[in-house]
Design a binder for this molecule. Structure first.
Ligand SMILES: Nc1ncnc2c1ncn2[C@@H]1O[C@H](COP(=O)(O)OP(=O)(O)O)[C@@H](O)[C@H]1O
Ligand SMILES: O=C(O)C1=C[C@@H](OP(=O)(O)O)[C@@H](O)[C@H](O)C1
Ligand SMILES: [Mg+2]
Length: 181
């Protein structure tokens, strides 16, 4: 691991389920010595329940409110990689919160690649029982506008290693910081 790098902001990872947010957060942490907040994991630990169990027993709205509360809580932090759940940018309030202190990286991937990455897991209630390219493509289309509106920059992840994605992401982040400063 390198010395801790100071980006002067949080790095917020958004994108569709399976785009690689959790994976890339881990690799960014290893490569640049950054702390990671994995939103799903933290919510799950605090509720002492898996994400599918929270959806089943408390309902989606309850989960979405936890996401918003957590994002608000994270605004006091700096140099943290925030790995969002795929639905986080759907709420305007969430986007406003993540932009206060963070640069927002949208990880993208084709529906075919997404399917390959998510087909064997059962921890995503939004697509459980509907894991096919058509459904993934249509949900992606529905979410596209909000993802794009939230993003400061985009990194496509198809056919790239985690290290390649991280290097590209940091290049784009530094470019973005230059422009904003
Ligand atoms: N760049 C990549 N190339 C190949 N597989 C990947 C890549 N990024 C993520 N994966 C795999 O895809 C699956 C979903 O990744 P994950 O990081 O959980 O996505 P997300 O958090 O966006 O839902 C995991 O099995 C992970 O190992
Ligand atoms: O897109 C979504 O609505 C969701 C994505 C999931 O996270 P990942 O994007 O990490 O799979 C998780 O937050 C929950 O199952 C809902
Ligand atoms: Mg994830």
């Amino acid at each position: 691991m390198r010395d801790k790098k100071d980006f002067g902001c949080n790095i917020v990872l958004i994108g569709f389920m399976g785009a690689g947010k959790s994976t890339i957060a881990g690799t960014l942490s290893e490569m640049y010595g950054l702390e990671v907040v994995e939103m799903d994991q933290l919510i799950s630990e605090r509720e002492n329940m898996s994400i599918p169990m929270i959806f089943e027993t408390r309902g989606e709205e309850y989960f979405r409110n936890l996401e918003t509360e957590l994002l608000i809580e994270l605004q006091d932090r700096k140099n943290v990689v925030i790995s969002c759940g795929g639905g986080v940018p759907m709420r305007e309030r969430n986007v406003a919160e993540m932009k206060k202190n963070g640069r927002v990286a949208l990880l993208s991937a084709s529906p075919e690649v997404i399917l390959e990455r998510v087909k064997d897991s059962h921890d995503r209630p939004v697509i459980e029982g509907r894991k096919n390219v058509e459904y993934i493509r249509s949900l992606m289309e529905k979410r596209r506008e909000k993802y794009m509106a939230a993003a400061d920059f985009i990194v496509n992840t198809d056919k790239k290693s985690a290290e390649e994605i991280c290097r590209e992401l940091v290049e784009k982040l530094e470019e973005c910081n230059k422009i904003i400063k």
